[in-house]
Write a protein that binds this ligand. Structure first.
Ligand SMILES: O=P(O)(O)OC[C@H]1O[C@H](O[C@H]2O[C@H](CO)[C@@H](O)[C@H](O)[C@H]2O)[C@H](O)[C@@H](O)[C@@H]1O
Ligand SMILES: O=c1ccn([C@@H]2O[C@H](COP(=O)(O)OP(=O)(O)O)[C@@H](O)[C@H]2O)c(=O)[nH]1
Length: 460
């Protein structure tokens, strides 16, 4: 049987919990299949040489972790720069936040070349290689240039924006050309796949060969939508584990008298946090029966803190939370409990289960695994309600959530009110369908469907 080689910028020990959906999902996939996980070590070497990095290897159960250090300059220009100041904002439809700095692109190519060079030394002829996310779009092209002939698939965890937005990236053609070095390119949603199809036909004159095969730049690639899922059983088991139970017991008493609303994410401008807080404020104004009762716990896990766009958001959030608590709080009740801290994933199910309502309202999100985790953690006899942004990839699958437009403050306040008042029977019915959805297309389904398609993709 072929060995699975997973490549992603972020690598984590698959036996430990990690914040960030990609690391969680790949840990799940590799724990099942075994294999090699290759990527950045997370270490930044001050004064190191650009384009160079030491390779480390360690065993983590059945998985070998192979990681490369980055020098400070590469970390700044490849990770914080091209990946997170160009590709991340543009792919999340935020041209206004993109910084097209000339030095970033060189570092992006340099690090992809470094990864290709280091990875090549570890590869076996019959390996199946699965590359993940926007940091590594040109990796297959670099590997092919070094002679790699293995099957290579790519999965984009973030959205792919429409053609006109993508075309704002000065290197858009180069990036999309690079995708044609893969045998299969996977997206989170049908909407992303549609954007890909439109782009390659309009900008690259691609020929649509049917069955999602496209021919352009003298190469053929197959594309597809493979919505990522969670390990529902593992998450349900976590829900009944010691840490989650302790969390549940602690919170249950306090919130038996109150209605708990919950938001959990990395502190990222794609997640729609200010918009959510404004909607919560509108709820308190418009429906005063929620005063002294509805409490929003917002967990914002620190992320990419070296970037201004992230520190600006932190300040905006602190000021919004402070203003809401100042305006509406009482001595014995604060409407918002805001935490700028990571909460261990094993404790989250306890919190999800106490919440009456989950607010998963990103402005754009590739998928959003928190939405799926919330569903998996609920008590089917008395489930909470999921409010989900129509702009999260998850919305294509989770139609029985209450779908909202996060830019519509009043509309979102009305939906929160509806969720808080939803009768038990409706909550149960919605939850049952949602649970069925996340069970049918779980993380195992995602891995198997993608790898089956990669194995079957015609090459050329
Ligand atoms: O590695 P970081 O810079 O710390 O960021 C964490 C991860 O964020 C993004 O996650 C995405 O993948 C999830 C799983 O498919 C998906 O549900 C979510 O919508 C995406 O935002 C990013 O794409 C990863 O590469 C990062 O590791
Ligand atoms: O304080 C936190 C915040 C988030 N997460 C986990 O991080 C992942 C977030 O994945 P998602 O797809 O929702 O968003 P991403 O961060 O990848 O954009 C989920 O598994 C969460 O349970 C966590 O463990 N602790």
């Amino acid at each position: 049987m072929s060995r699975l080689v997973v490549v992603s910028n972020r690598v984590a020990d698959p036996r430990k919990a990690a914040a960030g959906g990609l690391a969680v999902a790949l840990g799940d996939a590799l724990n099942t299949a075994g294999g090699l996980w290759f990527g950045w070590s997370g270490t930044v070497i001050e004064g190191g040489a650009p384009g160079e990095g030491e390779l480390h290897q360690q065993k983590a159960g059945t998985v070998t972790l192979a990681t490369v250090d980055l020098c400070a300059e590469d970390h700044a220009d490849y990770y914080l720069g091209y990946s997170n100041s160009v590709l991340w904002p543009v792919f999340h439809y935020r041209l206004d936040l993109a910084r097209f700095d000339a030095g970033y692109f060189g570092a992006y190519r340099r690090v992809n070349r470094l990864f290709a060079r280091q990875l090549l030394t570890l590869l076996r002829p019959d390996d199946i290689i699965w590359v993940h996310d926007y940091h590594l779009i040109p990796l297959a092209d670099e590997l092919r240039a070094l002679g790699a002939t293995q099957r290579i698939g790519f999965f984009l965890h973030v959205p792919l924006p429409p053609q006109q937005l993508l075309a704002a990236i000065p290197q858009h053609e180069w990036l999309m050309h690079a995708l044609f070095a893969y045998d299969l390119v996977g997206f989170q949603s049908e909407a992303d796949l549609e954007n890909f199809s439109r782009y390659v036909r309009a900008e690259a004159g691609a020929e649509d060969l049917g069955d999602n095969y496209y021919k352009a730049f003298g190469r053929t690639v197959q594309a597809g939508a493979f919505p990522i899922g969670i390990d529902v059983d593992e998450f349900a088991a976590l829900t009944h584990g010691k840490d989650a139970r302790e969390m549940y017991e602690r919170m249950k008493d306090e919130y038996s008298r109150r209605q708990l609303l919950l938001g959990v994410e990395r502190l990222d401008y794609s997640k729609g946090l200010p918009q959510r807080l404004r909607a919560f404020k509108a709820l308190l104004k418009k429906y005063p029966e929620n005063l002294r009762s509805a409490t929003l716990i917002q967990i914002a896990s620190p992320s990419r803190e070296a970037m201004d766009t992230y520190t600006d958001l932190l300040q905006e959030l602190e000021s919004l939370c402070g203003a809401i608590n100042g305006d509406f709080g009482e001595l014995d009740w604060m409407p918002v409990r805001y935490m700028h801290r990571n909460v261990a994933r094993k404790r989250l199910p306890g919190l999800y289960r106490v919440a009456r309502v989950a607010l998963v309202t990103p402005l754009r999100d590739g998928m959003n695994l928190v939405a799926k985790e919330f569903i998996a953690a609920q008590d089917p006899a008395d489930p909470g309600v999921l409010i989900l942004s129509r702009f999260a990839g998850a919305a294509e699958q989770l139609k029985d959530a209450l779908l909202v437009n996060p830019y519509d403050t009043d509309g979102m306040a009305d939906t929160i009110q509806r969720a808080l008042q939803m009768p038990l029977q409706e909550r149960q019915a919605r939850h049952q369908t949602l649970l069925k959805n996340i069970r049918e297309q779980d993380v195992h389904w995602w891995r198997m469907t993608f790898l089956k398609a990669l194995g079957a993709a015609a090459r050329g």
